[in-house]
Structure formats: structure tokens, C-alpha cells
Ligand binder design. Structure first.
Ligand code: NAP
Length: 282
């Protein structure tokens, strides 16, 4: 009997990840003899992890903080999107070769269009953050022909680099690198995205003054733990439509599953697994 195929997640830390739930439910539903495991890999152990891939029968893995950017240098190939975003969240292992992909942006967009019924074409976007998640989201929103993207990040270098990169690749879209959240023009935006970790801790402030949030704004927070951040609570109180990061998590996982197995992911099975654990009302 062949040993099961191994898939998983590398990151530091990874123990609270919901990815094993989704992927193991999907493997079981499709009768695939595979297991999704968590690999806690510190920054200093990344090279050794890559060397250990063949012995462990690892055929693919997701990548999370702090390895999404650094992993690119260790791969044999990276997709055009992953190179444009500058971050990889999915690695496929084929024989001795590793290929990198980024499914965060596509997952975000799929959830936005299919479940939130938001068509980004011609829309004005305010984005907080210029890190891994923000870059993936910005690239996919630009691919979907938004009208404008205003971005703010406390790290000015990351902010300016992302702005330059987007301007180079997406002519015709207006870009603003905002030096503060106030400069994002949230009051005249259609979609506000928080792609920073601010909101994960109970003591975190809300980055946005509620006075900028109107009823017709969609507020998306990439955070899913806690289920409702202060930003989402305030926005909901203002009558805005709100959604947390679980939808993006689900659809990025579904795309990773397809990259590894070549099969359409059973999204409803994966969603049910998330529902049971988080009690999230979709
Ligand atoms: P990241 O690469 O560290 O990027 C976060 C960015 O936010 C950094 O540039 C950071 O600057 C900036 N930032 C921190 N505090 C800020 C503030 N007060 N104002 C403006 N910018 C600020 O992290 P990431 O991987 O993009 O993840 C961001 C969040 O998205 C995390 O909560 C993560 O869990 C979540 N996420 C969710 C999904 C999903 O599927 N739902 C997928 C990916 C990520 P510094 O580096 O200077 O702190």
C-alpha cells in the first residue's frame, strides 16, 4: 500500500490554522488518500524544510507568515501572478521541482463576486495595508478593472513600492499612496479593505473613524479571528455591508486544492467544516 500523500501549511506559528479542517474534509469527500498537516517552520529552518520534502512525501503546501515572500527564492518556478504580487501562498511539488502560486487574491475576488455580489469593475477602493495580503488583493482588484485604488500603510517603503508596482502594470487605474487613513477618501469609496493585522487583538484600535463609513460602503476585513473586529462592528452599526476574512480563506484554499489535485474543490464541504468550527453564519 502506498503511503498517503502529504499536503500542509508552513508558517511560524501555525497551530491555530483552520486549513487542515477544510483540506482534510475535501480529501475525505473526494476519496483522495491524502493528509493535510501543520509544519511549524521558523525562519532559520526554511532551507532544511525544503530539503526534507522528498523524504516526507509532501506533494504540496500552503505558505503563511513569515515565509510568503522569502519562499520565492527557494522555488524552481513561480507563476506570473505570484511574481507580480511578490508573495507565494501555495507550492506544488512535482518530482524534484517546486512551483509557487498565489491564491489569496483570486480567493478574495471570487468571494467578493460570488458571495458578496460585488462587481469591482469601475469601483473606488480604499485599502489599508501594503503587505502580503494587500498586494494580492490589490493586484486582483486591478485585474478586475477597478476605477481607483487608494492605499495606506504605516511602512512608507512598502506603500511606495506597491504603488510603483501597480502603476507600472495597470495603466488607466488611478492610484493614491495615502499618508494617513483620513487621506484614503473612504467616504467616497465603494469598498474598504483592512489587510493589516490590526484588529486581531482585543486591545487593538479601530483604524477607521466611523464618520467616514456610509451605508453603501462594503467593508471587508481580512481578519477572521475574532469573527467581528472593531472595524466590522462599527461599520455594521453604520448600516454598511460587512464581511470577515473567512470567505477569502475558503476560496484561497479551494484554489490551492485545485492546483494540487487537478480537481475542483468541494467548496460546500470545506465551508461546512469551517461553519462547524467557527459557527460563522454565511
Ligand atoms: P503583512 O505582510 O505583515 O502585512 C501587513 C501590513 O500592515 C504591514 O505592511 C504592516 O506594516 C501594516 N500595518 C501594521 N499596522 C498598521 C497600521 N496601524 N496602519 C497601517 N498599516 C499597518 O501581513 P499579511 O500577510 O498581509 O496579513 C495581514 C492580515 O491579513 C493578517 O491579519 C492576516 O491574518 C490576514 N490574512 C488573511 C487571509 C485570509 O485568507 N483571510 C489571507 C492572508 C492574510 P509593518 O510591517 O510595518 O507592521
Amino acid at each position: 500500500m502506498n503511503p498517503p500523500k502529504i499536503y500542509g501549511l508552513i508558517g511560524y506559528p501555525v497551530k491555530h490554522s483552520l486549513s487542515p479542517l477544510m483540506h482534510n474534509a475535501a480529501f475525505a469527500a473526494l476519496g483522495i488518500d491524502a493528509k493535510y498537516e501543520l509544519f511549524e517552520v521558523s525562519p532559520g529552518e526554511l532551507g532544511d524544510f525544503f530539503k526534507s520534502i522528498p523524504q516526507r512525501n509532501i506533494l504540496g503546501f500552503n505558505v503563511t507568515i513569515p515565509h510568503k515572500e522569502k519562499v520565492i527564492a527557494l522555488l524552481d518556478q513561480a507563476s506570473e501572478e505570484a511574481r507580480l504580487i511578490g508573495a507565494v501562498n501555495t507550492v506544488k511539488v512535482e518530482g524534484a521541482k517546486t512551483g509557487g502560486f498565489n491564491t489569496d487574491g483570486a480567493g478574495f475576488l471570487k468571494y467578493l463576486k460570488e458571495e458578496l455580489r460585488f462587481d469591482p469593475k469601475g469601483k473606488r477602493i480604499a485599502l489599508i495595508g501594503a503587505g502580503g495580503a494587500a498586494k494580492a488583493i490589490a493586484v486582483y482588484l486591478c485585474k478586475a478593472a477597478v476605477k481607483s485604488v487608494s492605499i495606506h500603510d504605516i511602512d512608507n517603503n512598502k506603500l511606495l513600492n506597491l504603488g510603483d508596482q501597480l502603476k507600472k502594470h495597470f495603466a488607466g487605474i488611478e492610484f493614491l499612496s495615502a499618508s494617513s487613513v483620513e487621506q484614503l477618501n473612504i467616504a467616497s469609496s465603494d469598498l474598504l479593505v483592512n489587510a493589516t493585522p490590526i484588529g486581531m487583538k482585543e486591545t487593538d484600535p479601530c483604524l477607521v473613524d466611523g464618520k467616514f463609513i456610509k451605508k453603501d460602503l462594503l467593508v471587508y476585513d481580512c481578519i477572521y479571528n475574532p469573527e467581528e473586529t472593531k472595524l466590522l462592528r462599527i461599520a455594521r452599526g453604520k448600516g454598511a455591508k460587512v464581511a470577515n476574512g473567512l470567505g477569502m480563506l475558503l476560496y484561497q484554499a479551494a484554489d490551492s486544492f485545485k492546483i494540487w489535485t487537478g480537481k475542483e474543490a468541494p467548496v460546500n464541504v470545506m465551508k461546512q467544516a469551517l461553519k462547524e468550527r467557527t459557527k460563522h453564519d454565511w
